[in-house]
Design a protein around this ligand. Structure first.
Ligand code: FCB
Length: 443
């Protein structure tokens, strides 16, 4: 097996607006649902917020130098809807920020990939129901048009949604993301409107972006393995994949909602208006997959959702928050390719939170994160060598940042951030990855 990635394979790092930018009141930015959620007592593990985060809104020029020094050929970031839009109108100052950022990337020879939605919905829209309100999908299309109109002359890779499962299920079924509800029926309605917004934004994006614009979609994917070969466990694992993966991907590929799940959910399935499934069916020019872990599933009777067990496979080990099963990344890429045959595939997130020591001698020893990448990158190459059209890989994340409901208690960066001083220190994993990115060869 060749240890070299093909020429033209894209390597980069991913971040998201609310997790790194800070400056939440600057230049006309209004509250997002995360700003308000963080103010609710008990929502965030350490009571923190993204108010300052990595202060990237100010430190972006040196952060782009950091990206460059880490061998990035591309950078996947998100624009913040409440920065770009002032209500229904564009906010020029917010757009200027992203315009400078894009120029800064291009000057450094780094290709920008922009996600339009990495969870920071304007609170003003949440006040009108958020994603439960069908109108939010139209507002998303407006926001997408404004953003692409301004940046589309220089940015050709656009992603509608990052991890719609998280927005729907963590937000409205499990309740540890905003709006913090526990109602599966609501969660499925949210999902329907997210999917609809992916479809509705396509025409404005292609119109504003002009020639060469590529429209992507970036769900998370968790492959499920049955705990035993008992039929009920096999069925439960299938159901988990329906719930977690296929529900959010089948429709954009024109397959509608998976029938098995429609039967299973019954009256929980949202109302589908005539034309909705056709509107949603905008096949992405490239499909991004965020992969972190796999699940082993066993059936728990009488419950709507199968129970998830720790993965009892040989070779499984743990990071600060997950079980690690690197072959699951290959299985994912293969399953995705088999089921949806995307024109292009990208791993849009992959990475690990580990309990890192403080910086010492100008770096941070994070052997478990190095191990994580050392185990996962070969799985990507295995997929490439098997003829699966994987065109790029983005590590999560460029630097430690605000990890949602876990606040600053989990660090996912390949660069350490001292949140008191905002000093950045490249970890050993960052050095390891940048070497791979430069040589495009597995060590
Ligand atoms: C993903 C999110 C990303 C980050 C990583 C660790 O689910 O997309 O923002 O939180 O997990």
């Amino acid at each position: 097996m060749s240890l070299k990635f093909p020429d033209g394979f894209t390597f980069g790092y991913a971040t998201s607006s609310y997790q790194i930018e800070g400056a939440v009141h600057d230049d006309g930015r209004t509250d997002s649902v995360w700003d308000t959620f963080c103010r609710e007592p008990g929502r965030i593990a350490d009571g923190s917020s993204g108010d300052t985060a990595c202060d990237h809104y100010r430190l972006w020029p040196s952060d782009l130098d950091l990206l460059k020094s880490l061998g990035a050929g591309a950078y996947l970031f998100s624009t913040a809807w409440p920065r770009v839009m002032a209500g229904s109108k564009p906010n020029p100052a917010g757009l200027d920020f992203y315009s400078r950022l894009v120029d800064g990337l291009l000057e450094r020879g780094i290709t920008p990939f922009i996600k339009l939605y990495h969870w920071d919905l304007p609170q003003a829209l949440q006040d009108k129901g958020g994603w439960i309100n069908r109108d939010t999908a139209s507002r998303f299309a407006d926001y997408a048009a404004v953003t692409v109109r301004r940046l589309g002359d220089r940015v050709k890779r656009w992603v509608s949604h990052n991890e719609p499962w998280c927005v729907s299920m963590l937000g409205s079924q499990i309740g540890n993301f905003p709006p913090g509800h526990r109602d599966l029926k609501e969660a499925l309605l949210v999902g329907h409107h997210l999917l609809l917004s992916h479809g509705m934004a396509a025409d404005p994006i292609r119109a504003m972006g002009g020639a060469g614009t590529l429209y992507g979609y970036a769900p998370n994917y968790v492959p499920a393995y049955p705990a035993t070969d008992r039929d009920e466990d096999i069925q439960a694992a299938r159901r988990f994949e329906g719930y977690f993966n296929n529900w959010f991907i089948d429709p954009v590929f024109g397959l509608g909602y998976p029938e098995e799940m429609v039967r299973y959910y019954g009256s929980l399935v949202p109302e589908i208006k005539p034309g909705d499934m056709e509107a949603i069916a905008v096949v992405p020019d490239f499909l991004g997959i965020n992969y972190y872990n796999s699940s082993v599933i066993h059936h728990r009777s009488g419950d709507w959702k199968p129970e998830i067990e720790d993965v009892p496979m040989p070779g499984v080990w743990k990071t600060a928050d997950r079980d690690v099963w690197a072959p699951g990344l290959y299985d994912t890429l293969k399953a995705v390719n088999d089921r949806w045959k995307p024109k292009e595939l990208f791993v849009t997130e992959n990475g690990a939170a580990t309990l890192d020591p403080e910086p010492e001698n100008g770096t941070v020893a994070d052997p478990d994160r190095v191990r994580y990448f050392r185990e996962h990158l070969p799985e990507v190459l295995r997929a490439v060598n098997a003829g699966i059209p994987v065109k790029g890989y983005f590590a999560w994340s460029l630097m430690d940042n605000f990890e949602w409901d876990k606040g600053y208690t989990l660090r996912y960066g390949v660069t350490h951030v001292d949140f008191k001083t905002q000093k950045r220190t490249v970890k050993q994993s960052g050095h390891w990855l940048s070497e791979l990115y430069r040589t495009k060869t597995l060590p």
